[in-house]
Design a protein around this ligand. Structure first.
Ligand code: G4P
Ligand code: NA
Ligand code: NA
Length: 193
């Protein structure tokens, strides 16, 4: 997706060989026109899959998930990272291990929002080691629903997540695939160095 790649090149900041900062349009400030186009692009890639719901993880997955849900004319759900006063239903939960923080956190979704027979499209902002996507898949499968695919805004192809998911036969569609962040430079998969 050229619009996204150009945005990454013009506004992304390579913080290290592993981390790309995109808080000008995705992780803090959000670019609505880019989100609209991201929603259309995920729709085009998954439109043959009869998606019934979109599932993401708070917070940065919410904007692309909502724009995607709008195109499919379905509801968007976000898994929560913490409990709240009103979040007391029966919960589907899964653990997410963070390599950077070396800690495990629980994410949860109320069981009223995912039903057996649902075809769920999982959306997230980043795919690194696949921990978050794996936990979302776990929640969908606990509910007896089907994972139709995983839509990622920015895939770091040099980390393990994409290959782990593809090895398990999940369909992964990433709108930008980064093969390297070495030398303070973004290299997209398929680009010559
Ligand atoms: P980790 O293995 O490196 O610890 O990554 P993990 O998958 O646990 O993700 C930790 C958080 O960092 C996630 O956001 C994830 O989306 C984000 N993330 C992973 N790699 C990158 C990167 O290169 N750049 C940026 N900007 N973010 C990255 P989160 O904590 O769930 O926060 P939120 O933004 O969704 O609220
Ligand atoms: Na994030
Ligand atoms: Na995220």
């Amino acid at each position: 997706m050229d619009l996204l790649k150009n945005k990454i090149l013009s506004e992304g900041v390579v913080l290290s060989d592993n981390v790309l900062k995109v808080d000008k349009f995705l992780n803090h400030q959000i670019d609505p026109e880019l989100m609209v186009e991201i929603g259309k692009e995920f729709y085009n890639r998954f439109k043959d899959s009869e998606i019934t719901k979109i599932l993401t993880l708070e917070s940065s997955g919410i904007a692309p998930a909502v724009m995607t849900a709008l195109n499919f004319n379905v509801q968007a759900i976000f898994a929560r990272k913490r409990k709240s006063l009103t979040f007391t239903d029966d919960l589907l939960s899964a653990q997410v291990f963070s390599y950077t923080k070396q800690e495990t956190n629980m994410i949860s979704v109320s069981n009223q929002f995912i039903q057996p027979g649902d075809n769920i499209l999982i959306i997230d902002d980043f795919l690194a080691n696949g921990e978050a996507a794996g936990a979302l898949i776990n929640i969908v499968e606990q509910a007896g629903a089907n994972v139709s695919g995983v839509g990622i805004v920015i895939e770091k192809s040099f980390q393990s997540g994409a290959s782990i998911l593809k090895d398990k036969n999940y369909r992964v569609e990433s709108l930008a695939r980064i093969s390297s962040l070495a030398d303070h430079k973004v290299t997209f998969a398929g680009d010559t160095k």
